[in-house]
Design a protein around this ligand. Sequence first.
Ligand code: CAA
Length: 261
Amino acid sequence: MNLKNIILEKEGKIALVTLNRPKALNALNSETLQELDIVIEDIEKDSSICAVIITGAGKSFVAGADISEMKDMNVIEGRKFGILGNKVFRRLENLEKPVIAALNGFTLGGGCELAMSCDIRIASTKAKFGQPEVGLGITPGFGGTQRLARLVGMGAAKELIYTAKMIDATEAYRIGLVNKVFEPETLIEEAKALATTIANNAPVAVKLSKVAINKGIQTDIDTALSYESEVFGTCFSTEDQKEGMDAFLNKKSLVGNFKNK
Ligand code: CAA
């Protein structure tokens, strides 16, 4: 894989994806979005990977979509760029493996939208968040008008988007944009510990939980509960369910040793 702007590392069951364009604060240009798509495809196909961490190199997670690339876009190019970002982030959101965003610094615009496409967000005390788009004459374009309200509620989302103001990690935690906040030097260690905890559980059950949550949140409760019954039933076709329950009844645990089958 020939990547210019992203580093993909694999450590056991965990993939670590680092956005690596630090001179531009990891701003997302088309090339980086296309590379992210390639990285997601690789992780999708790699059955040894059970959890993913996404972070940024340097002082930024991602400072937004690339303003120098967008500056001279016309209507068609702008729409195409928005569609590309939405396509890649949706693929990430639908990736059937848990994804943790480890937010090390500026998490702005397209960066906040990337973080919101992940399953779990943890942040450094130094991280700063916001949707600065309306200050540039555009709307959020990679999912921000849709995912932010779903995550933090309509009022907080509208305030963030309309004011274009940055908030710090404490405020992001208070409104539920991030799950936890850590000192910068421990962020990746904490992300790896969280990823390992998740990866040690039955991968098929984790995957099906993600599918049920993501599908269910978009629909009425009765349809959502029928998805749940469907995936719950599917678990009983796995070796992990048989062996996991057998281990429990024999006063043992399979955590860390599931077969992913
Ligand atoms: N696009 C392109 N380049 C960017 C960038 C971006 N989003 N953010 C930062 N950079 C570049 C800067 O132009 C600068 O480049 P040069 O060294 O060549 O001048 C370099 O990164 C370092 O940035 P600063 O000197 O500005 O660093 P700072 O520490 O003084 O400020 C910052 C940091 C507050 C994050 C500031 O860079 C900033 O406000 N960046 C833009 C944030 C933004 O508006 N993001 C939203 C983009 S629009 C979007 O994302 C649309 C969408 O929804 C799809």
